[in-house]
Design a protein around this ligand. Structure first.
Ligand SMILES: NC(=O)c1ccc[n+]([C@@H]2O[C@H](COP(=O)([O-])OP(=O)(O)OC[C@H]3O[C@@H](n4cnc5c(N)ncnc54)[C@H](O)[C@@H]3O)[C@@H](O)[C@H]2O)c1
Ligand SMILES: [Zn+2]
Ligand SMILES: [Zn+2]
Length: 422
């Protein structure tokens, strides 16, 4: 009788649906407990739209330590404020907001300098630095392992959002969810990457990686007037889309084993491009040795994309790295970087800093980030979504998920290439 009562009570508490981790390549939509307000500056958000990010794929493939069975993924999400803690003043119940994936306090040494990803007060985890000494970890991130605080993510019906006086960003009701959802991560990430690369009118830029981040880098570079945009990947459908939509010069590294040389040949004086963006990160393909060493944990990251970037950029140029890296790389040609006098800029995105200006670009029609979406699915189908995105099936570029829906919604919008091929 007592055990029946306990089962009943557990069932009663575990009411919402969320995408949870159960081991590499095994994610499931489960019943989990509803989130509750824990700190006075928390809100509870009812999620209306969420997306799967390339960063989620690192978790999905089991490549990030300290991800535990049952952890809820998702750091790109938006919705309606359902409940507010007593100290929340910036938003109210019923507000429609996008949530930055970086959880920042807004008042520490780093937040005061708009370096939100470096916030030193929110992460209760260890952080990812190997040679850490005694410095505090960087900001907590939603749904991104216990290194980053073990904060439950937003691929769920509801989510607890800490630091709600700093993060949630109100968006006008005139813009559909999918037009503003990417303010949570990949649009500011692309924007920061392009600004870091110092791309302006007349610049040349090479972008490695034609995933969602690379594609939005191309969109931003085009908007800022870049004269030549090279893009390197090995998925012909992603390169073809970028060529058609953003006017990039595509290079397929399955057919061209030295894209950097091909890029240099097409720049004035064979100097290389002004700026280069590594939108690939530590799982870069192309070096069998590094792939094997990384699997054996004898190498932290594949250095393939980074070496290409260092080779493709001109002397005095900038290597901008939004792609996620972990630990050490043996094949890092630091001497080449020194000889060319390069600048490196990188890191998690200081999301909060960029949101007002990016919203203006969207409202003015200068940026249409939703154009990269190919799949609109119900949250219930999220596990299938991870498989499709991971394996690059059905010409997948970007998937958004809608809680409360079990059927795959019909794609909408005027980009017919965005229609999934199923
Ligand atoms: N800095 C941040 O705050 C931040 C935010 C979002 C995403 N990211 C990172 O950005 C990276 C890209 O994310 P995404 O969503 O576009 O992921 P994605 O996995 O869809 O895209 C990566 C692309 O890189 C390509 N690629 C692989 N090896 C390559 C190589 N050697 N040269 C050129 N291209 C290569 C792949 O074919 C793929 O199309 C990931 O590492 C992700 O974790 C960082
Ligand atoms: Zn992301
Ligand atoms: Zn802070």
């Amino acid at each position: 009788m007592i055990s029946l009562l306990i089962t009943f009570l557990i069932k009663k508490v575990e009411t919402m649906r969320a995408l949870t981790y159960h081991g590499a390549h095994d994610v499931r939509v489960d019943n989990v407990p509803d989130p509750t307000v824990q700190d006075s500056d928390d809100i509870i958000l009812r999620v209306t739209a969420t997306a799967i990010c390339g960063s989620d794929l690192h978790l999905y493939r089991g490549k990030i330590p300290t991800v535990e069975s049952g952890d809820i993924f998702g750091h790109e999400f938006m919705g309606i404020v359902e409940e507010t803690g007593s100290a929340v003043t910036a938003v109210s119940k019923g507000d429609r907001v996008v949530i930055p994936f970086v959880i920042a306090c807004g008042s520490c040494f780093f937040c005061q300098q708009d370096l939100y990803a470096a916030c030193e007060t929110t992460n209760t985890g260890r952080g990812a630095i190997l040679n850490k000494k005694s410095i505090p970890p960087g900001a907590a991130l939603f749904g991104f392992s216990h290194l980053y605080g073990g904060v439950p993510g937003g691929q769920a019906e509801y989510v607890r959002v800490p630091k709600a006086n700093t993060g949630p960003f109100k968006v006008p009701g005139t813009l559909a969810d999918e037009k503003v959802l990417f303010l949570s991560d990949i649009l500011p990430t692309a924007y920061q990457a392009v600004l870091n690369a110092e791309i302006k009118s007349g610049s040349s830029v090479a972008i490695y990686g034609a995933g969602p981040v690379g594609l939005l880098c191309a969109a931003v570079a085009q908007m800022l007037g870049a004269e030549r945009i090279f893009m390197v990947d090995h998925h012909p459908y992603r390169l073809a889309y970028a060529q058609k939509t953003y006017g990039v010069i595509p290079i397929n590294f399955d057919e061209d084993d030295d894209p950097a040389d091909t890029i240099i040949q097409q720049t004035p004086g064979k100097r290389g491009v002004d700026g280069v963006i590594d939108a690939v990160g530590f799982e870069a393909k192309g070096s069998t040795t590094e792939t094997v060493l990384a699997a054996l944990k004898l190498e932290g990251s594949s250095g393939k994309a980074l070496r290409q970037c260092i080779a493709a950029v001109r002397r005095g140029g900038v290597v901008s790295v939004p792609g996620v890296y972990a630990g050490f790389i043996h094949g890092f040609l630091f001497g080449d970087a020194f000889d060319k006098g390069l600048t490196f800029r990188m890191g998690q995105t200081h999301v909060q800093k960029y949101l007002p200006e990016l919203l203006e670009f969207i409202e003015a029609g200068k940026l249409a980030p939703e154009a990269i979406i190919t799949h609109r699915m119900g949250l219930e189908d999220a596990a299938e979504g991870y498989k499709i995105f991971d394996k690059k099936q059905q010409d997948c570029r970007k998937i958004i998920l809608t809680p409360g829906s079990t059927t795959i919604a019909q794609p909408v919008g005027n980009d017919m290439d965005a229609v999934p091929s199923t």
